[in-house]
Design a protein around this ligand. Structure first.
Ligand SMILES: Nc1ncnc2c1ncn2[C@@H]1O[C@H](COP(=O)(O)OP(=O)(O)OP(=O)(O)O)[C@@H](O)[C@H]1O
Length: 297
């Protein structure tokens, strides 16, 4: 199913503008919504998940009016919130079985089939009789996906799912999401660029309530080819470089500082041209250097 978001705005009672006329087209497959903390991602995810009201704008899931036909959307939706809490004293099986009942799976036998299948799919079947309180962060997140998949949803929203996972669990989680993303619309909200680079066929970058850029990651990377330059600098020299150049990122490398700058042509100062990555796209965009494509979203 395809999601069409048009001119969505939300201002909180304290005056914070969380979303300012956000427009996005989200096709089937994995869609990455990338932005720093406070960008407005969770606000957008909660509105799409029918848990929060917006001030103005429209959202359609195919021809369903998401802002109006909430029950219809909830039947098609799976949601893993940012702060997914679990009951520590119950087992994974009991809790998923409980969620399945809430989803309306009344028939015991059928429910058992569904719950077992989801525990298998998320690689939790072996530990299904363990109490949730003993689960690692990665296991909890996989359980979060299992509950989000109850009822065979067509639209799946996952908010910051890999924060705090170790590298092995992240890979597992990525594999799980990419299997699901093959035939569903999956929105992955994150501030981790590599999550999007690894998984998403389409993406958008938002900051301060605005969509700054959207498109296919490979095309967006092509769009800044020839404009990213790198060199190592001494720590003490960094402020001078920041003054003379548009430094989009700094990273420690064996105790020295590697900087990337954005420049349409050779910026001097012995910089080397590099092939950009999605991180360069992200940092250049957040730095306000690269946001001329938001009109196509
Ligand atoms: N209930 C609220 N009342 C007032 N301001 C809020 C509320 N919820 C969020 N905000 C503010 O709205 C802005 C967007 O927050 P939101 O949580 O949507 O961003 P985010 O991109 O999901 O960031 P994070 O990754 O930190 O959750 C922030 O400035 C935040 O402080």
């Amino acid at each position: 199913m395809e999601l069409q978001i048009r001119n969505l705005s939300k201002t909180y009672a304290n005056g914070v503008v969380a979303l300012d006329r956000v427009s996005l087209s989200i096709p089937p497959g994995m869609f990455g919504l990338l932005g720093p903390n406070g960008a407005g991602k969770s606000t957008l995810m909660r509105i799409l998940a029918t848990l929060q009201e917006c001030d103005s704008g429209s959202v359609f899931l195919d021809d369903i009016d998401v802002l109006d036909e909430k029950d219809e959307v909830r039947r098609l939706l799976g949601y893993l919130p940012q702060d997914f809490g679990v009951y520590p004293k119950v087992t994974a099986y009991e809790l998923l079985d409980h969620f399945a009942q809430l989803k309306g799976l009344a028939q015991r036998h059928r429910r058992r089939e569904v719950v077992d299948a989801l525990l298998q799919q998320t690689n939790l079947f072996e530990v299904r009789n363990q109490k949730m309180g003993t689960f690692s962060g990665g296991m909890r997140q996989r359980f979060g996906i299992a509950q989000a998949l109850l009822g065979d949803p067509q639209l799946i929203i996952v908010d910051e799912p890999t924060a705090g996972l170790d590298p092995q669990e992240r890979v597992r989680f990525h594999n799980l999401l990419s299997d699901i993303g093959e035939d569903k619309t999956v929105i992955l909200s994150t501030h981790i660029v590599s999550d999007v680079a690894d998984l998403c066929a389409n993406m958008a970058i938002i900051n301060k309530g605005h969509v700054l850029l959207c498109g296919e990651p490979v095309r967006l990377i092509e769009g800044i080819e020839g404009k990213i330059w790198a060199r190592v600098v001494g720590k003490a020299d960094l402020p001078a470089f920041q003054k003379r150049h548009t430094v989009i990122s700094t990273r420690l490398l064996s105790g020295r500082t590697l900087i990337h700058v954005y420049a349409d042509r050779y910026p001097g100062d012995d910089f080397e041209p590099i092939h950009p990555t999605l991180e360069d796209v992200y940092f250049a965009t957040i730095a306000g250097r690269h946001n001329d494509m938001a009109g196509n979203c």
